[in-house]
Design a protein around this ligand. Structure first.
Ligand code: FA5
Length: 344
């Protein structure tokens, strides 16, 4: 056994002198110290050693084992150092004056357009507010004149939470809080993400954006509503856009309207974007129902106002030429990148 130990020691010296990198070192380690390695194999023969030699042989095997382990650790350090030096030598060849290849992100078409719309309303004196995404049943429904048993609750498929609150189905959910905060004389715009538990298709998402506005003062009229909407549309499309109102129904406005914009692409002649009608349905709106004002503590005898709830994703689609709302939530980088300049 003593000869075998010496032989292994010499073999290891010879083998280790040929090692050039960390992979080779690992192979060497396994060859000697692995489960089926030469040292491990030698140890399985230890039981055959006569009892009187066991102590001496045991010490020799242990010394061999320790010495191989120490040499492997030392070699590893040496090779690691060599690898670092190699990297540094490569780095010397790196030209730091070359332009860096960084991937620059771009804003989402929603974000670009929302900033434009917000800027337009801000320039007309609107305060820009935010709404919660989780709302109380009171704010989302009751405070906008949709009590428990009102059939209008069926118009919006709602995500109810276990605690009785809802994922906001409409930006109108912020009306009560906003009127309480800024009323009775105020102009406020509040964009927000809304959620409805609906079947998804090219024009319906379960998560979508609206931009809502309210104006409350003395003697507010439908003409004021038309004025602000036209200013917004002219700003967004950078041309003169006509609007028309059709009768609509919302529990929180009376009268209620659907506001259509003349098609910005064909100027009203008819094209594929407007379905050859010359008009694009854009924005439900109306004069705020007195009940909504009263519930927000506003004197509805003295003050009145209008509200609108722009289906913002629809506007984004029209502006960016997308025919399917699902693109907006899909995170398709190749598609989104195109709007960096296109939507400006
Ligand atoms: C409302 O949500 C009202 N709160 C709007 C309003 C505000 C009216 C203030 C009067 C005064 P409606 O459910 O129609 O209304 O939604 C408004 C717009 O949001 C729609 O015209 C549509 O463009 C958009 N919208 C509604 N549901 C979805 C959906 N599932 N996916 C994408 N857009 C949607």
């Amino acid at each position: 056994m003593k000869d075998k130990i010496n032989q292994l020691s010499q073999e290891f010296e010879a083998d280790s002198s040929k090692i050039n990198d960390l992979n080779e070192l690992e192979t060497l380690r396994l060859n000697y110290m692995g489960k089926k390695g030469k040292v491990t194999e030698l140890m399985t023969h230890f039981r055959e050693v006569p009892a009187e030699l066991k102590k001496e042989m045991g010490m020799l095997i242990n010394n061999l084992k320790n010495s191989i382990e120490e040499k492997i650790v030392a070699l590893k350090e040496k090779l690691n150092q060599k690898a670092v030096e190699l990297e540094i030598s490569k780095a010397k060849a790196f030209d730091i004056t070359l332009p860096v290849d960084t991937k620059v992100g771009s804003l989402h078409p929603r974000t670009i357009l929302q900033k434009q719309v917000v800027d337009i309303f801000a320039s007309m004196g609107f305060i820009i507010e935010d709404g919660n995404e989780i709302e109380t049943e009171y704010n989302n429904f009751i405070a906008v004149n949709v009590p428990d048993t009102h059939p209008a609750r069926d118009m919006q498929d709602t995500f109810w939470l276990d605690n009785g609150e809802v994922l906001k189905t409409q930006t109108s959910a912020a009306q009560n809080r906003i009127l309480r905060t800024y009323g009775p004389k105020c102009k406020v715009l509040f964009p927000g993400r809304c959620f409805r538990n609906e079947a998804i298709d090219a024009s319906h998402e379960n998560t979508f954006f609206q931009i809502e506005g309210v104006v409350v003062d003395e003697n507010v009229s439908v003409a004021n509503l038309i004025y602000f909407m036209k200013r917004m549309l002219n700003g967004v499309f950078k041309k003169d856009i006509n609007v028309r109102l059709r009768p609509g129904y919302f529990p929180f406005t009376e009268p209620s309207f659907e506001l259509d914009a003349s098609c910005p692409f064909c100027g009203g002649k008819g094209c594929s974007t407007c379905g050859n009608s010359g008009w694009i349905e854009l924005c439900p709106c109306g004069m705020i129902h007195p009940n909504v004002l009263k519930m927000a503590g506003v004197d509805s005898e003295k003050y009145n106002g209008f509200a609108f709830g722009l289906g913002f994703d629809r506007l984004v689609m029209i502006k960016s030429g997308l025919d399917d709302i699902r693109h907006l939530n899909a995170g398709e980088i190749k598609l989104l990148k195109q709007f960096k300049t296109k939507i400006n």
